[in-house]
Design a protein around this ligand. Sequence first.
Ligand code: CMC
Length: 376
Amino acid sequence: MSGEQKGGLEDVVVSTSGICFIDGNEGRLVYRGYDVNELVERSSFEEVVFLLWHGDLPSRNALAAHTRALTSTANRRLPPKLIDILRALPRRTAPMDVLRTGVSVLAAFDPDGGDNSRDATLRKSIRLTAQLPTLVAAWERVRRGRPPVTPTPRLGLAGNFLYMLSGKTPTALAVKTFDVGLILHADHEFNASTFAARVTAATMSDVHSAITSAIGALRGPLHGGANEQVMRMVEQIRTPERAEDWIRKALADKARVMGFGHRVYRVEDPRARHLRRLAGELGRQVGDTGAVEILDTVARVVSADKHLHPNVDLYSGAAYASMGIPTDQFTPIFAISRVAGWTAHVMEQHGNNRLIRPRADYTGPTRLSYVPADRR
Ligand code: CMC
């Protein structure tokens, strides 16, 4: 790398943004000026979506209209042909593959397709945010050979998603926990998937293309895929009694432990403690706190030995598992929430656009002469 650059664009400021602020030394996460800790206590995911898109908290009437749009069956429903496509996919298809494919298909059916104006992009963002939970839940049903559950306008985004997964009304604690999880994952500045969305949007491409790019970037285990890997680790450890020896051996083998470390936070990720508390409460409600106990032991050892702190992905999976959600759906759930931030960033990028086109520090030769194949 040239000059002082550390690779991976570490500490490189790509552009200005008014959406999300992270103080990595203080462990603060702020959406549009509001501390996420306060939003978790006092707000709802629907309200946070409004905040991210429009820049401030809504009036009571504006919130009611916005919530109606996000919860209306017309906006949540999937085109029947998309359900046909889901039924045609092999049942072993990874949910993140289904999500990426599904968003591309939704673009084909969107009534605002081809219109990249701010108003059209906002309408498409409303539909995408309303449709993604339906898509994730529909795939869960289809791959189990069951019919998708029709969304119900009487439940908010969190409650309706859990309802569409099982067909049963979820407990209040499950809905609250899921809603908090959605708030905590809604945005995170220029993380890899958001950057991917912005790079795509900066060519003046459409919001569905940008979200498809973002889903591809979110999938990897160094980003959104980490929450699945954390639960795979819990499954391997099996019991709290085995956790300390297991993690000490993993660290001795120089393993990368999922759910720890962060490019920006130098202290504990502020999102982790909320999810730890809620995963514990849910575990107690369903009578199984094993996963949280395992993760607590892992966290104690990793913090002491490696000075690495838990990130958002350490405890989220334990909470989702207590709700009966399969492990390979954890990253799609991350996307259900992050689509709010991705779309906010697409609108911000379109509003003040310049093509994102960095340079490479070329390290290869520059003046070779072509040699015909029969003389090489
Ligand atoms: N386990 C073990 N060692 C680690 C870990 C970890 N989870 N994270 C960082 N390190 C070590 C790493 O080995 C390196 O050590 P050394 O300097 O001796 O080679 C040092 O810390 C710096 O690591 P890095 O990979 O250069 O740091 P980065 O800023 O490129 O990586 C990260 C950030 C999040 C990719 C990394 O911490 C990681 O791989 N964590 C595990 C995956 C994970 O939990 N990802 C979710 C991130 S939060 C949610 C999200 O944004 O999606």
